[in-house]
Design a protein around this ligand. Structure first.
Ligand code: CDP
Length: 233
């Protein structure tokens, strides 16, 4: 570890879908000059590959073909100066926008439940955190990827509030969406993520809960920053 990394920590943010984990994680990383990694984007990129390559057809996964496909998938991040965000790339192609589509959201939890997929991505995520100074959000960051993270946050919010936020986000992007379909997807993914065998979504014993149903972004930001300060100074 270099001198500049001596005071740096790992911040793990886990929680339910559409809680705003990535938004707040990105703001915190910017403030601290840390790297931000959206681990969900990596699972979404693998899912996009599978949809394009015909590995998933009508929700059915062809496991042998998936195993073969994993050898051909390279996930990287590229800094986007326009959004100040690390965009995810699939074999060199920036797919940050495409992975947010509903078709990907509808298949990602099944793909993310497969052990071989998780092994591949978790190893990459752990490598990214070797020098600390990282904020990573996902489902298993505090439990599996970085069990020794200095700060673990478990985010949650009322499902209807989360669906409304995702709905507003998609409407703002002019995407045709149906509120009930989004709510259904959120509830289904949460249930799937919590009950899967491989690294299910769980609050780590030492994680602090942040229910942001009725909190502004500024309030969440200050709350997390105060927890960081308790650990760093
Ligand atoms: O943005 P949202 O919270 O809706 O989801 P995401 O963070 O993009 O993650 C998409 C899906 O990937 C989740 O529903 C999980 O099934 C899976 N995932 C996971 O299994 N483990 C992670 N560390 C991150 C995401």
């Amino acid at each position: 570890m270099t001198d500049s990394n001596q005071n740096k920590i790992i911040i793990a943010i886990d929680g339910y879908s559409s809680c705003g984990k990535s938004t707040i994680a990105k703001e915190i990383a910017k403030k601290l000059n840390y790297i931000f990694i959206d681990s969900g984007a990596m699972y979404r990129a693998v899912t996009l590959y599978c949809l394009r390559a015909g590995v998933v057809v009508n929700g059915e996964i062809n496991l042998p073909v998936l195993q073969e496909s994993l050898k051909k998938i390279r996930i990287t991040f590229v800094f986007n100066p326009l959004t100040a965000h690390n965009d995810v790339c699939l074999n060199g192609e920036n797919v940050e926008q495409e992975i947010r589509q509903l078709a990907v959201a509808q298949n990602v939890s099944q793909i993310a439940a497969i052990a071989a997929v998780r092994q591949l991505l978790v190893a990459q995520q752990q490598e990214m955190g070797r020098s600390k100074g990282i904020v990573m959000d996902g489902r298993d960051i505090g439990t599996v990827v970085f069990p020794s993270a200095e700060l673990k946050i478990f985010m949650t919010a009322d499902a209807r509030i989360r669906a409304q936020r995702r709905y507003d986000e998609m409407i703002a992007k002019n995407e045709p969406v149906d509120f009930d379909e989004i709510l259904k997807n959120i509830n289904e993914r949460d249930r799937f993520d919590e009950t899967r065998e491989e690294s299910p979504l769980r609050k780590a014993a030492d994680a602090i809960v942040l229910d942001n149903s009725h909190m502004t972004r500024d309030e969440q930001f200050e709350w997390i920053l105060s927890k960081v300060e308790e650990r760093v100074f």
